[in-house]
Design a protein. Structure first.
Length: 726
């Protein structure tokens, strides 16, 4: 692709529509310093005549560029309307995406299939469950989870899914749609074949059963009628579950039946398969079993995704993904939890190696790159770098970072660029392929701090009897703690450039509105808003990590029998969390009310459906599924409203229990009274209907200053050479 400009005319010459989109992006960056991040401004200032631009050529041999993890349709896009999808599709087009996944509307396809198999509409809709849990039902590991969709909602989802697919095709993309993996209700298939995941048991039709072929034919037929077809189908028959049989022959038969049904419905069918199970259940998926699974799928009809290649690359140990066609994928984000991280240097080097390998054919059948993040609304610098580094020529990483910061913040001020470099070194440096989680959203479960036994993102729960949560232990990450003073200074620098202006509110939004209004609460950033967003997030990170000081002190005081200190330190913790809540309240994208309002809006005037949608929206970011499952807080967010009413409330319950049992070996040995209170609080919150604001209030710069002042007094308790403010 080549771009140039002369005589007020922009010229883009490209071999594909996708390459032309990337050419437009490069031109907007070069000519107008445009920030094209997914949270960038809606409008680009492009006044006056076009500057002349000599011809510049960009190329890549990574021709397939995949986008969207199935679970992103739960953690991020579950309640998006067309306006929000249109914006993201534009982002995809300008970043060269050629192969996006689309699950929107699949609810209607599944219900139609189940009705063809003899189920009543109400029973079928109940089995399919809520939109926010659709990804896991699509992958066959959950069912009957979430409020069933009404007929009107199913039709609306189908219309939106069709509109998304049509726009993506208009922009030269190949749309990947779900296929059939064999999962069906127990009432249809019995219980002979089943898989287990996080407390759910799902049932499968036998590969040789006529019902398997009937169900697959129905699914593909309804999907083709609703959404069309580009011949690519995503099927993940086990994902994180173990198959019902360990026999290589049985594995081959199941995969063979899936592909045979695909090919019957579409003679040009290509199966897109996540390689995640082979990492997640590595002990089960021996080389022989994987190759048996794949053995009945023709070589040209399968694309494997090396899903977490930036951290746990499978291609290195599997002869380039078992010799099959494959994509190197960036997972990075798990659950959409607050976490600022990413190894930019290694990512840049990895992608340089991919460009060369694709050109030289030295990594088997490598065909491209994918973004398989579980959520799509954080850490834009990581994804902007990845999608830029697919193309040659690529500037040095340092130059790219400086140019990106200047575009994003609308200034090349030396102090802002210095702050950006500080942030890059501390949060996006070498080895930062895993998140440093926030203590604020951890789940207190006993007298001990919960961090060390919490669930590792992207890994199986190490102790099934341990506290079910989803953060990575960072108690021993001294490097991150030592960076807190520098990050505090960087956040202060960014905040100073915000000035004293009040928090911006989208035109026409007015004052805070209720989540009961049924209107959508869009959180699209205004021009120049990225600086405020990033300053807020850095300040929140500093405050969240500084909360380790009072939390540690509370445990020490309880062990020493000092109830008064437990309560005093609890007040310090409460002040920090309330300070974070005040800051998030100034940001439209950090309001739990926005998430809930967007969920309720799908119900229209149906109050019962709206209540089901609200419960589902609250569930995903708190308990997730059942109290007995291991996904509590997996998608917890730093959002105004839930921070105080759920996360702070849990910590205060813990503080009261610590104080009551301080010095008592007997009380500390029995955490069940605490756990009972925690479970009850969580259930009360996800079942509540109290409305939350959907528009921001307060001043971001002032809230940042106040929060950093609170954090500054705690940092010296964690970092020996940091001084508290005078």
């Amino acid at each position: 692709m080549t771009i140039s400009a002369a005589n007020d005319v922009l010229h883009i010459e490209a071999t594909t529509v996708s390459a032309a989109g990337v050419g437009l992006a490069r031109a907007l960056e070069l000519l107008f310093d445009a920030d094209l991040s997914w949270d960038g401004p809606d409008l680009i200032a492009a006044e006056g005549a076009l500057p002349d631009l000599p011809p510049q050529r960009f190329s890549t041999h990574l021709h397939t560029r995949y986008h969207l993890n199935p679970v992103a349709f739960g953690y991020s896009t579950a309640f998006w309307d067309w306006e929000r999808w249109e914006r993201h599709i534009d982002w995809m087009a300008m970043h060269g995406v050629t192969m996006p996944l689309n699950l929107v509307g699949h609810e209607a396809v599944l219900v139609a299939m189940l009705r063809d198999l003899g189920m009543r509409r109400a029973d079928a809709a109940r089995y399919v469950g809520g939109t926010v849990f659709l990804p896991w039902t699509t992958m066959g590991v959950t069912h009957d989870l979430g409020g069933p969709l009404t007929e009107e909602m199913l039709e609306a989802r189908a219309r939106l899914g069709r509109r998304i697919a049509e726009r993506e095709r208009e922009l030269g993309m190949t749309v990947v749609l779900p296929g059939f993996g064999g999962q069906l209700p127990e009432v249809l298939v019995g219980e002979r074949l089943s898989i287990h995941w996080q407390g759910w048991r799902s049932f499968l039709a036998a590969p040789g059963d006529a019902l398997f072929a009937r169900a697959a034919e129905s699914l593909h037929r309804h999907q083709r009628e609703l959404l069309g077809s580009d011949h690519h189908y995503a099927v993940d028959p086990y994902i994180e579950s173990l198959p019902p049989s360990s026999s290589p022959e049985d594995l081959a038969a199941h995969a063979g039946a899936i592909f045979a049904a695909m090919r019957t419905a579409d003679e040009h069918a290509v199966w897109v398969l996540q390689g995640w199970p082979f990492h997640y259940q590595a002990d089960f998926w021996t080389d022989h079993r994987v190759r048996s699974l794949l053995s009945r799928i023709p070589e040209e009809r399968l694309i494997l995704l090396d899903l977490w290649a930036e951290h746990a690359p499978m291609w290195r140990s599997t002869e380039a993904m078992y010799g099959r066609r494959w994509l190197w994928c960036l997972a990075h984000d798990f659950g959409g939890r607050f976490a600022l991280f990413g190894d930019l240097a290694s990512l840049n080097e990895d992608l340089e190696g991919l460009r060369c390998a694709a050109a030289d054919g030295t990594r088997g059948q490598l065909e491209g790159f994918g973004i398989t993040a579980e959520a799509v609304d954080e850490n834009p610098v990581v994804y902007e770098l990845a999608l830029r580094a697919l193309w040659s020529p690529m500037p040095t990483l340092r130059r790219w970072r400086m140019e990106y910061s200047a575009r994003r913040y609308g200034t090349a001020s030396p102090d802002v660029l210095e702050a950006s470099e500080t942030i890059a070194g501390a949060l996006y440096g070498r080895g930062r392929t895993r998140a440093t989680p926030s203590p604020l959203i951890a789940r207190p479960w006993s007298r001990a701090l919960p961090f060390a036994s919490q669930r590792l993102a992207g890994e199986a729960l190490p102790d099934p009897d341990g506290p079910p949560s989803a953060n990575l232990d960072a108690e021993n990450d001294e490097e991150m703690l030592r960076a807190l003073p520098r990050l505090r200074d960087a956040a202060q620098c960014l905040a100073r450039h915000l000035g004293a202006a009040s928090a911006e509110t989208a035109p026409g939004m007015g004052d805070a509105t209720s989540t009961r209004s049924g209107s959508r609460a869009h959180a699209q950033p205004l021009a120049g808003d990225a600086l405020a967003h990033d300053a807020a997030e850095i300040a929140i990170h500093v405050a969240a990590q500084s909360a380790r000081a009072p939390l540690r002190a509370m445990v020490s005081a309880a062990d020493a029998g000092d109830a008064a200190t437990v309560r005093s330190e609890a007040r310090t913790l409460e002040a920090l969390i309330r300070g974070v809540d005040r800051l998030t309240a100034t940001r439209p994208e950090m309001l739990v009310g926005r998430w809930i309002a967007d969920a309720r809006a799908w119900a229209g005037h149906d109050e019962r459906a709206a209540e089901d949608l609200e419960r589902d929206a609250r569930s995903l970011i708190s308990v997730w599924g059942e109290q007995s499952s291991g996904l509590h807080d997996y998608s917890a967010r730093h959002w105004s409203g839930s921070l105080t009413d759920l996360h702070l409330a849990r910590w205060l319950v813990w503080a009261d229990w610590l104080a009551a049992t301080a010095g008592s070996a007997v009380g500390a040995a029995d955490p069940e009274p605490l756990r009972s209170l925690i479970r009850a609080l969580e259930e009360d919150w996800r079942g509540a209907r109290a409305p939350y604001p959907t528009t921001p209030r307060g001043d971001t710069a002032e809230a940042i200053k106040s929060l950093l002042d609170l954090a500054a007094s705690q940092i010296p308790r964690l970092v020996a050479d940091a001084r508290a403010p005078a």
